[in-house]
Design a protein around this ligand. Structure first.
Ligand code: FAD
Length: 285
């Protein structure tokens, strides 16, 4: 099912406020997919509208990632592979996207990716994701998701600027925005308001990252513009043996608040674990 069809009642058709749950997974580094399959079988009971799978920006994991797309498709999920265009030639990109389409997959998350230091950005075939969206649109019938940043992308001068470039991705043919993780719901509400004011009318799907460890949250906040409520951090620091429990409780409250405020499309960054996400969903659904 295509993105526009999945999220068509995003503003809540009367009588249907059913949350739309989806999951992000990543290809296991060691190549052994059996554990991931087990986790996905557990998550299947929540009827996800889609499962997305990350893509190695450096290109190193790309072949492996493609093999996994084929394997995971066999579990009969609506699969949305991610795809990053940095460090790839236009011809390679065309080959990849047409191969994905030939597998019968309908959706793709089109990303620029982080530009590795050894690459000269000016020499890239595509310097920004809007160009990739346009290319995919011209070469395939894939339905295209793009990334959005409730607090602004780390390279952007301002949120306003970032939303201006988001509009370019939408004008090029994107059908849904999948956000970066956030811990302060007000940031998302503000983002959605600004996105709509900018004339962007496609659904915004909230990226939810349940915290397992303090290290994980420190890594995330060093790589991206993500503010973390002080009280949450203090709790994680104070109870280092209970970070998963604290993280789960925080995410349950966060999701409840999102649902109460009409945000019903939630995309969970599972980190390939079903336990925490299951507990959260058992509480909120
Ligand atoms: P762009 O939309 O191109 O934006 C990058 C920067 O350039 C922004 O600051 C933007 O404001 C600016 N910009 C955009 N367009 C223009 C323009 N036309 N002219 C000038 N400036 C412009 N990374 C991976 O490697 N693999 C993954 O699987 C992956 N999955 C992700 C999933 C989600 C939901 C999100 C939110 C991010 C994901 N990322 C992934 C991270 C992403 O690749 C990085 O954040 C990357 O730095 C930017 O990618 P983008 O597609 O947002 O780029």
């Amino acid at each position: 099912m295509e993105l526009s069809e999945i999220y068509q009642d995003r503003n809540g058709v009367i009588g249907d406020f059913t949350p739309k749950i989806s999951f992000e997974i990543f290809p296991p580094q060691n190549g052994d997919i059996s554990d991931l399959f087990e986790e996905l079988r557990i998550l299947k009971r929540y009827n996800p509208v889609l499962v997305s799978m990350t893509y190695g920006a450096s290109g190193g994991l790309s072949r492996f990632s493609f093999e996994n797309i084929k394997n995971i498709r066999d579990l009969e999920f609506n699969l949305m592979p991610h795809f990053t265009c940095v460090s790839m030639l236009k011809s390679e990109i065309e080959k990849h996207i047409t191969s994905v389409e030939n597998l019968g997959i309908e959706n793709i998350l089109a990303l620029r990716g982080d530009i590795p230091e050894y690459i000269n950005a000016e020499e890239l075939d595509f310097s920004h994701a809007n160009e990739l969206v346009e290319f995919i649109q011209s070469k395939t019938t894939l339905s295209i998701g793009v990334a959005g940043y409730p607090e602004g992308h780390i390279e952007s001068k301002s949120l306003k600027d970032d939303i201006k470039f988001l509009k370019k991705k939408v004008d090029a043919g994107a059908s849904a925005v999948f956000t970066q993780l956030f811990f302060d719901n007000e940031k998302l509400f503000n983002y959605i308001e600004n996105v709509q004011k900018a004339g962007i009318n496609i659904p915004v799907v909230a990226g939810i990252m349940p915290v397992r460890t303090l290290k994980q949250i420190q890594k995330m906040t060093s790589m991206a513009r993500v503010s973390v409520p002080k009280k949450f951090i203090q709790q994680l620091e104070k109870y280092p043996d209970d970070t998963m429990k604290i993280g789960t409780e925080f995410t349950i409250r966060q999701c409840e608040n999102l649902l109460e405020n009409g945000v019903n499309s939630l995309h969970f960054f599972t980190l390939n674990h079903s336990d925490q996400v299951s507990e959260i969903l058992d509480n909120i659904l």
